[in-house]
Design a protein around this ligand. Sequence first.
Ligand code: DAH
Length: 344
Amino acid sequence: MTEIEKLLQEEQQKGLASLEAVTDAETLDAWKQNYLGKSSLVMTTFGKMGSFSKEERPLVGRAVNTVKVALESALAGKEETIRQESLLKGIEKETLDVTLPGYPIKRGRLHPINLSLREIYRIFGDMGFQVYSSPEVETDDMNFTFLNIPPYHPARDMWDTFYTEDESVVLRTHTSPGQIRSMREYYPNPLRVILPGACMRYEQQDQSHEIEFMQFELLVVDKNITFADLKGTMDDFTKRMFGPDARTRLRPSHFPFTEPSAELDMACIFCGGEGCGVCHGTGWLELGGCGMVHPRVLQYGGYDPEVYSGFAAGVGIDRTTLLRYHIDDIRYLRANDIRFLEQF
Ligand code: DAH
């Protein structure tokens, strides 16, 4: 063994031994300078490899490399130990104040349409109605035929319908098909349901029309249901929704699925019936259609029109929401603008 090899071996022993005693980052730094720094034995030996003879060179090279690797891996181990220890010390020293307030949780809020919907559920719930869900994608039969609108009947033009590639399937244009579905499910029991949900019409969009809108259908079927029940229920609903001063009227109208049919109007809540921009000078606001369920529709639902009668109504939830919150453009409802939505 050459002199230099001996020296290197001693250097390794010394280095490893003194590393044992190191317990903090500063001393470790000094140790690193000492044993692996520019003027350390290891590094200076690398620097003067040229001065060794051809025979010595590979021996010295191997020896210095062995020492370097040994010192470096010991150093890495020590670094990790010190890091772990200081972490533990930190945790021990820190105290946790569990009485500090946490981060505030961002609260979501309900969409104004849902606020209206909940109010509608509450009002009709009080009157003994149940909520009945029915599909948004409907058969042509449910949307039209069973509502007394046969194929090719011009009354179909009352709705601008989205048809699918399958001719017998449409996007429902109103919640009325739910009348048939709920009757078929409840038969032969009396029923009192509201059917809420989205409807779709292929319409020009403007401040009071959207392609998608929300509606709720009202349906009561029992023995001895009369037009007076319809009028009383709709008037009561309007007063509970818009306040005790709300006034309603039923205006004769036509729908294929009701006979007689009417349009439910409410005295304009903005001008008190004087006539203003919102009610287009008429003093009245349209809330929806209604009427006594047509005998043929009762039959399609399974009920015998000689024994049973019923009333139905369809009211726009978007429109109701605009009126409740004095919003002047229906497009705000689905624009997803947080500045709008945060106001409710
Ligand atoms: N389905 C009708 C529409 O969307 C509204 C309607 C009118 C529903 C009269 C009814 C009703 O239940 O009796 O245009």
